[in-house]
Design a binder for this molecule. Structure first.
Ligand code: NAP
Length: 261
């Protein structure tokens, strides 16, 4: 849980307009909370209007920041463009995009379900890449710079059994983010990824909740534990802030040392 005082010092996002995808639960909900705590103006996205309205009311009440919501299915062909348009209209532009929404359908590589493979690529790679393209173009046009942050995964950096499409989608997204960093850097737009290890959100519980799955994974993490949501949010807030003004094109593991080699 992030308290209001947490970002009371230099790490503030006042005046920054941010779109956060997958903001209704898990890591995205904590990022939304952290951004609200740091004073950002927010557009929260997910698929469920009721969940979005609850998140908006709670955070606006607690932190006094302006918040709009946009319910969009990012797996739909026109989802990314529809969300970009709504979010850019909400406050007359965006300064920060947090591409966080994601899905995972673990299965052995030899039993790959084509529909689930496509759904993984659609939500984890196509949607964030297209969103960043449209939002990046608007940021460049506005000429005021910006920060695009990708919530990728340690699965982008080290292969995980049963995560064929997931690893491919996240590795693709890390590289796509570097292309953004290279092409949009001259416009003062920074693009970076964070690569968390397991976080026991709804997704994390579903995939890693059983002791038999968790134990061998924990054994490979030098810090000996999974991450908690605010450890991801803290990196994302920093990347969005002016304290990271010279940080561009990196993928930051938030993984207790799991991927260091
Ligand atoms: P989560 O608890 O399952 O939440 C996923 C979020 O993404 C929800 O808000 C969900 O909205 C949204 N979403 C899913 N499919 C969508 C779609 N088709 N259109 C729009 N929104 C959609 O997952 P999480 O663990 O917080 O994961 C957040 C991000 O971190 C993901 O990109 C994930 O790959 C990454 N990550 C997670 C872990 C982990 O262990 N948990 C580790 C590394 C990286 P709804 O409310 O509509 O479902």
């Amino acid at each position: 849980m992030v308290s209001e005082a947490r970002y009371a010092g230099a790490l503030r996002l006042d005046g920054k307009r941010a779109l956060i995808t997958g903001a209704t639960k898990g890591i995205g909900a904590d990022i939304a909370r952290a951004f609200a705590s740091a004073g950002a103006t927010l557009v929260l996205s997910g698929r469920d209007d009721a969940e979005l309205n609850t998140a908006r009311a709670t955070l606006a009440d607690e932190f006094g920041v302006e918040i709009r919501t946009a319910a969009v299915d990012l797996a739909a062909d026109d989802g990314p463009a529809a969300l970009a348009s709504t979010a850019l209209d909400a406050f007359g532009g965006l300064d920060v995009l947090v591409n966080n929404a994601g899905v995972s359908y673990p299965q052995p590589v030899t039993q790959t379900d084509p529909a689930q493979f496509d759904a993984t690529i659609a939500v984890n790679l196509r949607a964030p890449a297209l969103l960043a393209s449209i939002v990046g173009a608007a940021m460049a046009e506005a000429g005021t710079g910006g920060s695009i942050i990708t919530v990728a995964s340690a699965a982008a950096l080290a292969p995980l059994p049963d995560h064929y499409a997931y690893c491919a989608s996240k590795a693709g997204l890390v590289m796509a983010t570097k292309v953004l960093a290279r092409e949009l850097g001259p416009h003062g737009i920074r693009a970076n990824s964070v690569c968390p290890t397991v976080v026991l959100t709804e997704m994390g519980q579903r995939v890693w909740g059983e002791e038999a799955k968790a134990a061998p994974m924990l054994a490979r993490i030098p810090l000996g534990r999974f991450a908690v949501p605010h450890e991801v949010s803290d990196a994302v807030v920093w990347l969005a802030s002016d304290l990271a003004s010279m940080v561009n094109g990196v993928d930051i593991p938030v993984d207790g040392g799991y991927t260091m080699g």
